[in-house]
Design a protein around this ligand. Structure first.
Ligand code: ATP
Ligand code: ZN
Length: 210
């Protein structure tokens, strides 16, 4: 039988904890150096190291059987995957923030305003649910700087401590979603015995950490 594949982030905020979780499950493998794929020596599993943005679609399309990725990225890509397990790390919230001197006071004040974000899909859904029509400006990085450059009236981004917001003269305005790392699978794979064994190990690691 072909080995299962699990996709994890190659480098970034989820990489270390994802690797640690799998190692705590007793899996023996080399962490990412230059090869995109590594074989676990003592379990029928291969690990793919990818950019986090690609993980939901790789899993949806069956290129990887499992994946570890932030809920925010799953929501943004709208990939059809199954949530197997919440993993309790990579916690963050996604918020709309406005300049501290802004005249935006309530949600309806966002009508007609420009909002900069790297998460246009999640933001559009929130705006539609709240019957707001705003101009979404897609920016791939450093979203917080855009109000100061008069590129937008507000931003929508990941906020953890709020330090980056403050240092850019922004204040949180609306909570849109919270996120943590999730173990996902393509539909219908969770009856696979290897997946079950891995799930059991992950759950006992998570219980031991409680
Ligand atoms: P990649 O190179 O893989 O595309 P990235 O730069 O898009 O990486 P990271 O900054 O490494 O992404 O963040 C990965 C995930 O970590 C986020 O999508 C989110 O789910 C989670 N996360 C937790 N806390 C934070 C935070 N303070 N800032 C950004 N992401 C966070
Ligand atoms: Zn990314």
């Amino acid at each position: 039988m072909k080995n299962l594949k699990i996709a994890i982030q190659k480098s970034g905020r989820l990489n270390e904890k994802s690797v640690q979780l799998l190692k705590n499950c007793g899996l023996n493998f080399e962490n990412y150096k230059s090869s995109l794929i590594t074989t676990v020596s003592n379990f029928p599993l291969e690990i793919l190291f990818l950019r986090d943005d690609d993980i939901p679609e790789y899993v949806q399309d069956g290129i990887a059987d499992l994946g570890i990725v932030g809920e925010n990225v799953i929501a943004e890509t709208e990939a059809e995957v199954r949530y197997l397990q919440r993993l309790g790390f990579g916690r963050c919230s996604l918020k709309i923030a406005v300049p501290s001197r802004s005249d935006i006071r309530e949600l309806s004040d966002l009508n007609g305003k420009a909002i900069a974000t790297s998460y246009p899909t999640i933001l559009q859904k929130f705006l539609t649910e709240n019957k707001i029509t705003a101009d979404i400006r897609m920016i791939s990085g450093s979203v917080e700087i855009s109000p100061a450059l008069e590129l937008s009236h507000a931003i929508f981004d990941i906020v953890s401590t709020g330090g980056t917001l403050r240092s850019n003269g922004l204040v949180p305005f609306a909570d849109v979603m919270t996120s943590e790392a999730i173990l996902i699978s393509k539909n219908g794979i969770d009856s696979n015995p290897v997946v079950r064994e891995l799930m059991q190990r992950i759950q006992s690691v998570l219980r031991a950490a409680e």
